[in-house]
Ligand binder design. Sequence first.
Ligand code: SAM
Length: 219
Amino acid sequence: MQEGNSQKEQWDRTYASANEFFGREPSELAVSALPMMKEHGARTVLELGCGQGRDTWYFARNGLSVTALDYSDTGICQMQDAAKKEGLEEVVTARVHDARDPLPFPDASFDAVYSHMFFTMEFSEEEVSKMLDDCRRVLRPGGINIYSVRNDHDPHYGKFEPKGKDMWKNPMGFVVHFFTEEKLRELSSGYELLRIKEFEDSSPPFTKKLYEVVLRKPR
Ligand SMILES: C[S@@+](CC[C@H](N)C(=O)[O-])C[C@H]1O[C@@H](n2cnc3c(N)ncnc32)[C@H](O)[C@@H]1O
């Protein structure tokens, strides 16, 4: 459970002081997700926790229509400015939204949902489970939900200031929730679980160990 909006303020401050906090290149997850989305015939994608938009632009440049949400208005403005500069504003819709609130979209309105290092933020298991349910609601039958979370092999697992079950606050001031494979299997209930795979994200400011999770809404 997030304490007030201190983590939101932390993201706003961080993005304001570094225009490309995670770099400009798409994440390893986005590069792995794009062909899967294409195989599933996805044209519309909902991205949660898009931040400054490194993956949003990548999907938009590669033919997908992306609706990107984040609760950091600073991140969303930077993402929109960059999309405009690249002439991608027609295919990117950005919205400031706190994902703990219900998603502001009708049932079955997206072919895919995508998020990189979003569910690994300061959310309780109950909140993650509720958000995954809401993602399933907005997916069309057969649509896929691809996400990543930091895992129990990550060098920061169990380090720094404890902040609740499997959560620690790192010296940069971010609270991170780490997941075991077993927990991710439990959280996939209501979906078909297509894949859990470990990978590394070497984007700045340090290398992270994550699980990629691919879920499909039953037809
Ligand atoms: C680790 S960053 C990842 C950003 C982006 N996906 C990337 O990889 O470049 C997590 C993002 O989740 C956003 N976030 C955290 N809690 C949120 C919430 N409750 N609602 C919406 N966005 C949230 C943060 O503002 C931040 O941009």
